[in-house]
Design a protein around this ligand. Sequence first.
Ligand SMILES: C[S@@+](CC[C@H](N)C(=O)[O-])C[C@H]1O[C@@H](n2cnc3c(N)ncnc32)[C@H](O)[C@@H]1O
Length: 368
Amino acid sequence: MTDFLPYQAPSRGFAAWFGAKKNAFYANLRVQDLASRIPFLARISRKEGEAIFQLMSGFVDTQILLTFVRTGALEYLYRGPVLLDDLAESVGFDPEETAILCRAGQALGLVKVKHNKVCLARRGALVLGLPGISELIDHHSILYSDLTDPVAFLRGETDRKLASFWPYVFGNSGDLSEAEVARYSNLMTKSQFMVARDTLSVLKVPKNVKWLDVGGGSGAFVAEVLRQHKTTKAAVFDLHGTQDKAAAHEFIQGSFFDEDLPHGFDVISLVRVLYDHTDETVKELLTKVYTSLPKGGRLVVSEPMLGDPMPNRFGDTYFAYYTLAMNTGKTRSPRQIADLLSEIGFSDVKVHSSKRPFVTTVIESFKN
Ligand SMILES: C[S@@+](CC[C@H](N)C(=O)[O-])C[C@H]1O[C@@H](n2cnc3c(N)ncnc32)[C@H](O)[C@@H]1O
């Protein structure tokens, strides 16, 4: 390996020349060597080294987490500290492999190992305690198998299996089996907890409103609306098979591909719905929402979004790739969604700042 990467003449202009010079400077091993010996630069240099290592090794961390979830190790440890040998027996690994897993888990903050005993660390307890997280971690193996060849994935040369996990993206909503619907619906219901709380925490809801949650599945979101706002009347509009028959809210069965949305609601919410669909479908759906709302009616969009103005680690990596793997999906920035809303005719579009953008970002808009 040479000390220098080959320097290529800039194609044109000062910016291109400067950019190429800068790249050659950073990539120069002698510069890196010097930087690692100057105190302030050494810190930057070490941080960059760690960040590159993290980028390279992130998949291993993910698989360690998956092992803890899939073997039930976290649940086993929830009851209190156990001997390493007992954990080994419970998860079905040799004690030596179990010790490797537990040291790795300690490095990731999931467990703590002392002598030959293991206990849950705070992060491990949080993973267990947060509704839906274990299920989300488990179902990611489909996404990661889709990303085995990330180049072919981006070229559209692979069969994206994640799309089959969300079969409604194929548009044949009438043909979905109960098992297919139950599988994705359960995952959504369990992971709705944090989304609903973060969404409702930024909204001011007047008394006695009628609320329709379009694509609301089994109704976990409207259940939280009703819990927090007792005078609200709530309904869900979704496909056949998603209904929770024991729930308190009204269920209106239908597909927004084929049918208009019901009238008579003051608020309509789209929670984790838009990012499943193409711009064309989203425009049609937003038009239907606009038509069905009364004057002064409100639309609430809540879902994870791209970083705005700069890409971030949540929206622009994980969610952008996830929704791409669904074939019809697309993670959008708050500005892109706000533009779509304005194009349809919505006004007073407000993007609420998000405490946890990896959970959701909320946009409100009105029909005036
Ligand atoms: C990603 S899930 C989100 C569910 C729920 N809003 C949540 O956040 O937990 C998308 C929801 O949209 C529903 N959906 C998909 N296509 C639909 C259609 N054409 N008409 C009505 N609902 C649809 C699905 O059944 C599913 O419940």
